[in-house]
Design a protein around this ligand. Structure first.
Ligand code: HEC
Ligand code: CU
Length: 344
């Protein structure tokens, strides 16, 4: 009976342990333990240092506690108190100085890291404007080419190795910008303030970001990706964005292009190089090359199933999203999706 119970408990514990350990994979894309750039590395070093120190203090304090519990659990002479240490000068000095030393050990590297993260490591960074919206991200490059702003959404492309200086602001409520593997978090505050944060990426790849301040129903689906590219690839991408292709001339994509205006998508969305200049929703000029639809809520597969589901009824995919279901027929949807997929 008792043995059976123990065996069950053992299995439950083993299962729970395996489950917890599965969270420790170094591949986990949102883990700050695996820094991908200088800013994240500074934060990682500081955090690991404080973590290790915390563990040492914990072990030391608990060790003393258990030592005292065992050593003094019974008085030598029954009924007699153990030696009293009230006013013991050496002890008082030691237990004042040890915490002072610990706090100093934490404060010095912390202050150093704070100042270091507040200093731009490169005089001429790539400036980007980050605008938080309920529940998606807008990214603008105001000065790659003077007088021409490149705008995109939910996917921030950056060149590897270059320092990026993000100026963050909000179109509505408070959000927070965080790419755990690249940057610290920075509050995105509407109305009164533009906050700034810098980061870089050591290697090409996709780095996941998330809104980190509760901002309404779909806060959990306010995701984005930072796509770090080799400098030459980034330049090519910029050039492509500066000269968007002409609207499709024929076929379903052409139909979709026309429907985009007739159905009113253009009231909210911009497609560069067309008369469609709505500013309510994400810029769709390169929606065909984005990895996701709806700020990370669906994959943007090459067959267009994600786009189909989204445009058919965004409210089913992301309830509360600020895009209405427009009641399109399947025919219309197919044309629209063909057009959207052509935008890259
Ligand atoms: C009332 C404004 C409005 C209208 C009209 C509208 N949209 Fe949207 N759209 C939005 C908003 C806001 C979002 C962002 C929603 C979110 O992710 O929370 C969005 C998101 C999208 C996305 C996903 C973009 C991305 O980066 O993932 C696509 C694609 C899209 N809309 C296509 C369309 C099409 C096609 C139409 C016309 C049939 C349309 N929209 C009509 C406001 C609108
Ligand atoms: Cu949020």
């Amino acid at each position: 009976m008792r043995n059976g119970f123990n065996r069950i408990m053992l299995r439950v514990l083993a299962g729970a342990g395996a489950f917890l350990l599965s969270g420790c994979s170094p591949e986990y894309p949102l883990s700050w333990f695996v820094a991908g750039g200088d800013a994240a590395e500074q934060a990682r070093q500081l955090t690991v240092f404080v973590l290790v120190l915390g563990v040492l203090v914990f072990v030391g304090v608990e060790g003393l506690l258990f030592y005292a519990l065992l050593r003094f659990r019974r008085p030598a002479v029954p009924g007699q108190l153990p030696p009293q240490v009230h006013g013991h000068r050496t002890l008082e000095v030691v237990w004042t100085l040890v915490p002072v030393a610990i706090v100093t050990a934490i404060a010095v590297p912390t202050v150093r890291t704070i100042f270091s993260l507040a200093t731009l490591p490169e005089p001429n960074p790539l400036r980007v404007e980050v605008i938080g919206h309920q529940w998606w991200w807008e990214f603008r490059y105001p000065e790659i080419v003077p007088g021409k702003t490149i705008t995109t959404a939910n996917e921030l492309r950056i060149p590897v190795g270059r320092t990026v200086l993000a100026s963050v602001s909000s179109a509505d409520v408070i959000h927070s910008f965080w790419v755990p593997r690249l940057s610290g978090t920075i509050d995105v505050i509407p109305g009164r303030q533009v906050n700034q944060v810098w980061f870089n990426a050591w290697a090409p790849g996709e780095y996941y970001g998330w809104c980190k301040e509760y901002c309404g129903t779909q806060h959990a689906q306010m995701r984005f990706r930072v796509v770090a590219m080799a400098a030459a690839d980034f330049d090519r991408w910029v050039q492509a964005r500066l000269s968007p292709p002409a609207p499709p001339a024929s076929g379903p994509a052409r139909q979709g292009y026309e429907l985009f205006g007739q159905l009113g998508c253009s009231a909210c969305h911009t497609v560069d190089g067309t008369p469609y200049q709505g500013r309510v929703g994400p810029n769709l000029t390169n929606i065909g090359e984005r990895a996701t639809v709806g700020a990370g809520v669906l994959p943007n597969d090459p067959q267009g199933q994600g786009l189909f589901r989204w445009v058919k009824n965004p409210q089913e995919v992301k309830p509360g999203a600020k895009m209405p279901a427009l009641g399109l027929s399947d025919e219309q949807l197919k044309a629209i999706v063909a057009y959207l997929l052509s935008l890259k």
